[in-house]
Design a protein around this ligand. Structure first.
Ligand SMILES: [Cu+2]
Length: 169
């Protein structure tokens, strides 16, 4: 059986508000098929991890996903690692002077019974010192570390921003 979801439908199913892609972006979208995995560790679920494709020679990229905390206590993401990156840091976007810029943070809290989406323009993992080019269609290991001691092993599929994700079941 195969279910096909657009990125918008997938996001609507996973989180709260559906969004409409602007027409220019919609035209630029391409389709590809991928498993959209859900990893469960303890009281945490991590859904749909993906990494941004890199052009040749680029040594940085970003990883996004959705984290759901099913417990009644806050749990924080406190670190991450990947065999394809020299280091992985937690980033958020801030605009202290009106210009959005990436800012490193030590921890990202997932409040009790709620979820936080990592997405372009917001929270993300920054992969630094990449030792390979991230190509569309491939997937790479990323490990998340949480404040309660749990670790989550993810396979982040590589996408371009604006691609329509087609979910295979
Ligand atoms: Cu960043």
């Amino acid at each position: 059986m195969k279910t096909i979801l657009s990125a918008a439908a997938l996001l609507a199913a996973l989180i709260i508000p559906p969004f409409a892609a602007p027409p220019a972006l919609a035209q630029a979208m391409t389709e590809a098929e991928v498993e959209v995995p859900m990893v469960t560790v303890g009281d945490l679920e991590i859904a749909a991890p993906w990494a941004r494709a890199t052009p040749p020679g680029q040594k940085v990229s970003a990883v996004y996903f959705l984290i759901r905390n099913k417990s009644d206590k806050p749990i924080s993401l406190i670190g991450a690692s990947s065999p394809v990156a020299g280091s992985v840091v937690l980033h958020t976007m801030k605009a202290p002077n009106g210009f959005p810029q990436m800012t490193a943070i030590d921890a990202i809290e997932i409040p009790p019974k709620s979820e936080v989406e990592f997405q372009p323009g917001s929270y993300h993992l920054m992969l630094l010192g990449l030792n390979t080019m991230l190509s569309i269609g491939k997937a790479y290991d990323v490990t998340l570390k949480f404040s309660d001691g749990t670790e989550a092993a993810l396979k982040a599929a590589v996408w371009d921003v604006g691609m329509v994700r087609v979910m295979k079941q």
